[in-house]
Write a protein that binds this ligand. Structure first.
Ligand code: FHN
Length: 421
């Protein structure tokens, strides 16, 4: 194990993550059946926490296992959705905080094979992801486990009494081993809420992962900076760029797991803008869906995914394999800057008041400007303004444009460089 660690641990394969930029998160489990309500009572906040937030007795919650039968859950359909949306990886909640495993686990009977449907959902997705060319990733709640007597439970006082080490050795690590040994290559294990795990425990877990699949990335939420990349807070868009690997997990409404009453849907445009912003800051965007108890994906989510897909199939160059550029020196809300060698992309989501776009302080020599999706060349002026600052003006007067619109600026540099104001 040490040898594996020595040779590979610090250099896992990160290319798929760095280039892919966009992935699908799936929150699905027993809680999806409840849809945010238990015995007529609505839970506060996110629906996958219902057992905890409504203090549902474990013996009652566990009965859901006998009902668990998601007839409409179709891994191939969901992979097709992800693929069409332009996503490059998919992360399924193999085990969320409730402790219920979506695979044929020999470690714990609390699993989907042992439910009404008798299905190995982790396997179904591993096969579908392979067929659809998506990198397969698994979410695993490493510290919280509301079913295991020694797993942590947030916001309850009992955690000091638990023999966490016992849970780690007898459930958590053995289940991680099952996931890494039986379902092909796993792109990343998405650990979450480490709570009071110690550094040694987290390191031990990391070693377990790397000893089986050295290329498997570990999410930032293993804690102690031990992840292969950083994870932002949920739905938290940073306001500074970073060229270290990072990822933003995001929802389309408020909840992660399905909640019938949550109609707080964001628009496709808002989500697309956030995706572009994330990429412009050097990050990846992991966008969640929460299928209902029968496995159906909410129609609103399907629509959002289709809208994003229709944008990305024409404008994908503006995100995939892009690299961090110099920050545009002025605050503005007209365009979002992404780019790669010799190419700068300006993504516009709102109609311009005047049909020309001004880009200030770009130092690179501009060779060509065009609309990305059509290839239509645009007239431009590349010179200096009256204060002597570099000034690029792109003429959109004689072209029909649809928004969102991506303009590609071909220049002479390895990356866009802006002079300070
Ligand atoms: O508690 C979880 C929550 O249910 C959800 O899984 C999110 C996704 O990032 N993570 C935790 C809260 O940050």
């Amino acid at each position: 194990m040490e040898a594996v660690e020595e040779s590979r641990n610090n250099r896992p394969n990160i290319e798929w993550f760095r280039k892919g930029k966009f992935g699908m998160f799936i929150h699905f489990g027993l809680y999806s059946i409840l849809a945010g309500k238990w015995k007529g009572k609505e839970c506060r906040g996110i629906a996958e926490w219902i057992q905890n937030s409504l203090d549902i007795p474990l013996s009652e919650y566990k009965k859901l296992q006998d009902e668990f039968n998601p007839q409409h859950l179709d891994a191939r359909y969901i992979c097709q959705l992800a693929k069409d949306a332009g996503m490059k990886y998919l992360c399924l909640t193999a085990k969320h905080h409730d402790g219920f495993a979506l695979w044929d686990s020999k470690v714990s009977k609390y699993n989907s094979m042992n439910s009404l449907c008798k299905r190995d959902i982790v396997k179904e997705f591993s096969e579908a992801c392979k067929d659809f060319g998506l990198v397969y990733c698994l979410y695993y709640s490493q510290a919280q486990d509301w079913e295991d007597p020694n797993g942590y439970i947030a916001y309850k006082d009992e955690n000091e009494k638990k023999n966490f080490r016992f849970y780690l050795e007898h459930k958590c690590k053995p289940q991680i081993e099952e996931l890494l040994r039986n379902y092909g290559p796993i792109g990343m294990i998405w650990f979450d809420t480490p709570m009071q795990m110690t550094y040694e425990e987290a390191l031990d877990l990391k070693k377990t992962v790397k000893s089986i699949q050295a290329d498997c990335l570990i999410s930032g939420r293993i804690g102690f900076g031990l992840g292969d990349y950083r994870t932002t807070g949920d739905n938290m868009l940073p306001n500074i760029a970073s060229d270290k690997l990072w990822e933003l997990p995001a929802t389309m409404n408020t909840t992660w797991g399905y909640k019938e009453s949550d109609n707080n849907w964001r628009t496709s445009k808002e989500i697309l803008e956030e995706l572009l912003f994330t990429v412009s800051l050097g990050g990846n965007y992991l966008l969640n869906i929460g299928p209902d108890g029968s496995g159906k994906v909410p129609l609103e989510s399907v629509k959002i995914l289709r809208d994003i897909g229709s944008f990305l199939c024409r404008n994908g160059d503006s995100i995939y394999a892009t690299e961090i550029q110099d920050r545009y020196p002025y605050y503005q809300d007209k365009f979002i800057v992404t780019g790669k060698k010799k190419c700068l992309y300006l993504s516009l989501f709102n109609r311009l008041e005047y049909k020309s776009l001004e880009v200030f302080n770009l130092k690179n020599k501009v060779k060509l400007v065009k609309i990305l999706q059509s290839g239509k060349k645009l007239e431009f002026y590349d010179g200096f303004d009256l204060e002597g600052h570099h000034y690029l003006s792109i003429d959109l007067d004689r072209v029909d444009v649809d928004y969102p619109l991506v303009i590609e600026v071909e220049h002479d540099g390895d990356r866009a460089e802006f002079e300070e104001f």
